[in-house]
Design a protein around this ligand. Sequence first.
Ligand code: NAG
Ligand code: NAG
Ligand code: NAG
Ligand code: NAG
Ligand code: NAG
Ligand code: NAG
Ligand code: ZN
Length: 437
Amino acid sequence: NFCDVVGIFCLFSVAAALDFKYHHTEELEAYLKGVHAAYPSLTHLHSIGRSVEGRDLWVLVLGRFPTHHKIGIPEFKYVANMHGDETVGREILLHLIDFLVTSYRRDPVITRLLNNTRIHIMPTMNPDGFEATKVPDCYYTRGRYNKNGEDLNRNFPDAFENNNASIQPETQAVMNWIKNETFVLSANLHGGALVASYTFDNVTGSLKGYSRSPDDDVFIHLAKTYSFNHASMYKGMGCDSRQTFPEGITNGYSWYQLEGGMQDYNYVWGQCFEITLELSCCKYPLADQLEKFWRDNKAALIEYIKQVHLGVKGQVTDRNGNPIPNAIVEAKGRPHVCPYRTNEHGEYFLLLLPGTYVINATVPGFKSMLKTVEIPDNTGNFSALKQDFSFSEVSIRSRAASCPKTPLYQDLERASAATKPTLHILVLMTVMLVIFK
Ligand SMILES: *[C@@H]1O[C@H](CO)[C@@H](O)[C@H](O)[C@H]1NC(C)=O
Ligand SMILES: *[C@@H]1O[C@H](CO)[C@@H](O)[C@H](O)[C@H]1NC(C)=O
Ligand SMILES: *[C@@H]1O[C@H](CO)[C@@H](O)[C@H](O)[C@H]1NC(C)=O
Ligand SMILES: *[C@@H]1O[C@H](CO)[C@@H](O)[C@H](O)[C@H]1NC(C)=O
Ligand SMILES: *[C@@H]1O[C@H](CO)[C@@H](O)[C@H](O)[C@H]1NC(C)=O
Ligand SMILES: CC(=O)N[C@H]1CO[C@H](CO)[C@@H](O)[C@@H]1O
Ligand SMILES: [Zn+2]
């Protein structure tokens, strides 16, 4: 690590300093600042905004180029503790940080992972809710909500329905952050159950109990990557006998419907595949269990990050080799209702399982370019397949384009909607289950 490399006595012996205990606001900030001071070239620490009570929303970025995006290096994120009383994720992300920085240049796999991935870690999205939860408690408490009493995982613009909730500062900060970075893959850490849940959470009409996205196969793979690398999640026992999850995964809507969730927002408007990880039956367990939670999740957290290298990536350029932003790049047969577009560097990233795909790159106003790609099983390779597109007839930058933040799937689904689930079933499900995701 850094201390070894420069051969000085290290003031911040981070590994030894990180106990298995709960880190409150000041301790969490001190820990993150200590890591950054000890590993200044491997980490970047910044606050993406403030909570209602003015606490910083810290993000530690790790990677060979932590301060900025590099072309071809995908951006990954973990967000924990958006429900302030769900605390396991908050602590295990600190241990993940500790593990990553201390393994760099020692463990060849972690070294390659950090050399080829930019990893953003937000241990708490709801620091006020955490501080409001005074003592460990397995069940739901008011600390779930932010200081204004809003559930942050119901607070995002919804793809299916107008979401009336007024956007909270914590939500706005995350929305700005998502807009600012080209995130490709993400997970959002919760507690109160033991399952990996994937998009969609909401739906218009009845889809026979399953709200399928065009990338359902990829989401199932992502969720299973977590559950099967976890000590017990894959067994699907859930937390009580009334609720089992085969292979430790579930479609979000199949479990229960929710509106304004962060994972649907990431997928629809952030071009980022996000899943929701429920990591503990007890929402806020005693600190003496944290070491076991870290052990149970460590391999899964790492394997999940590696999945950011699935599929295909590349750049779209014009005849002068200049990047074309806002070009639409999609795999044929899996259109996103808000089409995925290249970033300011003309880059695209599409998470796809191994197989043959036709990639369609379209610069609005010009004709499309189609390329058939054979995506190998190369997750161990720390790079997606590379496939660039060069538009010889284009020499201007395309106009800026964006999707409106209004519901998108509504009309699509209503056209084919079957009967809606009856209202009393919805209400019952909501009352019973609203305390998890
Ligand atoms: C990782 O990057 C560092 C810094 O550029 C380089 O010295 C090292 O060889 C790389 N290691 C691997 C395994 O890619
Ligand atoms: C919430 O949204 C619905 C449908 O968009 C609208 O009819 C209703 O008036 C809104 N309620 C509030 C309190 O804004
Ligand atoms: C957005 O990106 C810029 C440039 O990398 C950075 O300075 C700024 O802090 C970022 N803001 C957020 C909210 O992430
Ligand atoms: C390629 O994508 C564009 C933009 O989404 C679409 O209009 C066009 O029909 C697609 N072409 C094919 C052959 O799928
Ligand atoms: C792994 O990456 C190397 C270079 O980055 C490439 O030559 C090789 O074909 C890749 N292997 C697979 C299986 O994708
Ligand atoms: C269109 C639709 O069914 N939207 C639903 C999204 O989720 C909320 C909360 O469960 C429902 O009230 C909406 O009807
Ligand atoms: Zn939660």
